[in-house]
Design a protein around this ligand. Sequence first.
Ligand SMILES: Nc1ncnc2c1ncn2[C@@H]1O[C@H](COP(=O)(O)OP(=O)(O)OP(=O)(O)O)[C@@H](O)[C@H]1O
Ligand SMILES: [Mg+2]
Length: 294
Amino acid sequence: MVAEPVISCANVVKRFDGRAVLSGVNLDVFPGETMVIMGGSGSGKSTLLRLIIGSFAPDEGEVRLFGSSTRGLRGDALDEVRKRFGILFQSGALFNSMTLYENVALPIREHFDLDPHIIDIQVKIKLELVGLLEHADKYPAQISGGMKKRAGLARALALDPRILFYDEPSAGLDPVTSAQIDHLIVDLSKKLGVTSVVVTHEMDSAFTIADRMAMLDKGRMLKVETREWYDRLRKAPDADAAALPEDQRLIRQFLRGDPEGPITDRKDLGLLQRTLLGETGPTVASMPSLTPTR
Ligand SMILES: Nc1ncnc2c1ncn2[C@@H]1O[C@H](COP(=O)(O)OP(=O)(O)OP(=O)(O)O)[C@@H](O)[C@H]1O
Ligand SMILES: [Mg+2]
């Protein structure tokens, strides 16, 4: 029997100022899997994540969480669902005036009326999971960017979430720290059995952590497939790639970071380029000289 998806997006459309940022997106995420959402800048990754966590509602289509529609979900009912989420935002979103310990304890105190001793154990388990127990009494300003990410993760874990959401978890980290975060994501998924949804455009990271991958392009979901499928596409030789459908060639270019291919072919000439090429505005010859006159 196939398990029910914990997250299900069906024909989701989201518009900002009349422009569709997500146009008819379908995505199912199953219990315990790690789904990586990829796509270029502005393709709609963060918007999709924010729709799933209920920051705003879709204009069309439906988001289902744990088998129930989120349509019309507000206030306490939405909070109940959100309690089952752990979210790691890009910045880590820690409170600077609180120690790491206090940062992790806060959501637990807010949501549960527990004995301080129980809270203490919970906080220490979470900090230990991300390897920061010995730094519990430090303030965010006293730790590195990578440690902040891990502290943010400990806080995301505070309420024992069923689903963990990560938006660009390794952005701005050095390669080794970034690999450590990947390792931690895999480790948590194994140890806690949580479902993870990770937005990233770091390909090494994506292929390390993903069970399945989803590629967004200009608000369109091109493909949701296994990591193995994506890996085969990434490694497909040029000779074979030429015969692939346009969407797959586009994904392949993205995965490989190739400078030429369908993504770059369709790009409009930028305004600067048009200006320099003389299609609009002044030509290069009539541009002001940068040579000092005195
Ligand atoms: N609140 C908003 N109001 C208006 N436009 C928005 C809003 N949020 C996002 N957009 C637009 O929607 C598009 C998709 O944005 P989104 O943040 O989802 O992209 P992304 O794939 O996460 O990109 P990046 O990799 O740069 O983080 C962009 O063109 C963005 O300008
Ligand atoms: Mg984003």
